[in-house]
Design a protein around this ligand. Sequence first.
Ligand SMILES: Nc1nc2c(ncn2[C@@H]2O[C@H](COP(=O)(O)OP(=O)(O)OP(=O)(O)O)[C@@H](O)[C@H]2O)c(=O)[nH]1
Ligand SMILES: [Mg+2]
Ligand SMILES: [Zn+2]
Length: 401
Amino acid sequence: MIDNKERMNAKETESKEIESKETESKETESKETESKEIDTEIDTSEIKSKEIGNHNDETACDERVFDPFNQPFEEGRVIYKNRGHYRVQVADQTFDALLSGRFKHEAVGNIDYPAVGDWVLVFLQGGQCRIESVKPRRSVFVRKQKETGGKKMAGGLGTTQEQVIAANVDKVIIVTGLDGNYNLKRIERFITLAYNSGAQPIIVMSKLDLCPTPEVLLEAVNAIAFGIPVIGYSAVTDAGFDALSAELSPTDTVVLIGSSGVGKSTLTNKLLSAPIQKTGETQQHTAKGKHTTTAAQLLQGVSGLAIIDTPGVREVQLWADEETLDQTFDDISTLTANCRFNNCTHGNEPGCAVRAAIESGVLTKERYAHYLKLQREIAFLDRKKQQLESMRNRKQKHHKK
Ligand SMILES: Nc1nc2c(ncn2[C@@H]2O[C@H](COP(=O)(O)OP(=O)(O)OP(=O)(O)O)[C@@H](O)[C@H]2O)c(=O)[nH]1
Ligand SMILES: [Mg+2]
Ligand SMILES: [Zn+2]
C-alpha cells in the first residue's frame, strides 16, 4: 500500500517545482535527454515507425535485464515520476529512486525511460533504490511531445519524439465533461491514441448533473465511438458509476486522461473509495480547470485496481499510425472499401462510397474533414519516424566500425 504521508510529500515538492503540468511534461523529457549528455543525434532504432504500438517486443530490454554482477534485484512498479526522480513501489514499501549510471548511459530516447506504470528491476541498498532496467511493456500510452525550442536533432528533425504518459495499462478512461468541455474532435483524437496504446478505451462523459440534455451529446459520442463503452457519469449523483465499475476488473491498471477540470481526480478518488487526490475548481464561464494534478501518479485501490491519474492535457498530439486511424474511423475505412476504384481519392471518381455517404448524411462532412486532417498529421509523423529510424541505423553502423 502506498504511504499517504509520502504521497503528500511528493505532491508538495512537485507543486513547488512546477507551474503548469504542460511545462512539466515537456521539461521532464527534455531534462532527461540533456542529462544523458549524448550527442544531439537521438538514436531511436527501437522506435520503428510501425512498432510504437507493439508492446510485445521482448528483445528491447533483454540486454538490460541481463545482470553481469549477479546483484540481487527486486521487482517494483513506478508509481510517480518527476524529472529524473522516481518513486517505486516494491512489495508494500515505496522508495525514492534514481536511475543507475548504466541505465542512463544506455537509454537513448524518451521511450527507454521508466514511466508511471512501468515494472522495473531495482537494486536496494541502505534505503536507497536504484532503477537498473525497465521490464518489457505490455502496453504503453504515448502522445507526441510538444515541439520545444531546445536542442534540435541533426537533420532538421526538431524535437519530435513520443512522450510516454503511462505504461502497462489495461484500460484507458477518456474523461470529457458534459459541460463546456464537450468536443467531438478531441474525443476522436483520444480514441486514436488509446487504440494505439494497446489498451482498451472507455469513454466517461462526466458532469452529467450539469447537462440538461445529455442524451443528445451521449448519442453523438456513441456515433463516433463504435463499440467503445460510453458512460455518462456524475460525481454528484453517482449516476453511471455502476456501469463504469462493470467495465473494470480488480486486477486492471487504468489510466485516466482528459482536459483539466473534467473530473479525473474526482473520479480517481471515487474509484479508490478514498479522497486521496486533490481536486480543483473549474472556472464556470470557460469550464476550464486549473491544472490541479501536475504529474501522473499511480494509486492502488483496496480492491487491487491500480489507477493512474494524469494532469489535464490542453491538446493531444497524435503519435499513432494509419492502422490505428482506421480503427478510430472504422466507418470511413469500411466505406472506402466499397468505392468502385481501389485507389479512389473520394474526389470526382464515379461510384465513390464516401461521397455518397456524405451526400446522404450517413457521414458528416466534419468527421470526414477531421479524418483527412489526422491522416495528414500521421503522414507527417511517419516521415519523421522514418528519418529517426534511418538516423539510428546510421549511428549503429558507425558504432560497429
Ligand atoms: N457538478 C459536477 N462537478 C464535478 C464532477 N466531477 C468533478 N467535478 C468538479 O470539477 C472540478 C474539477 O475536478 P478535478 O477532479 O480536479 O478535475 P481534473 O480532471 O482532475 O483536473 P486536473 O487535475 O486539473 O487535470 C472539481 O471542482 C470537481 O468537484 C461532476 O460529475 N459533477
Ligand atoms: Mg486532477
Ligand atoms: Zn471514394
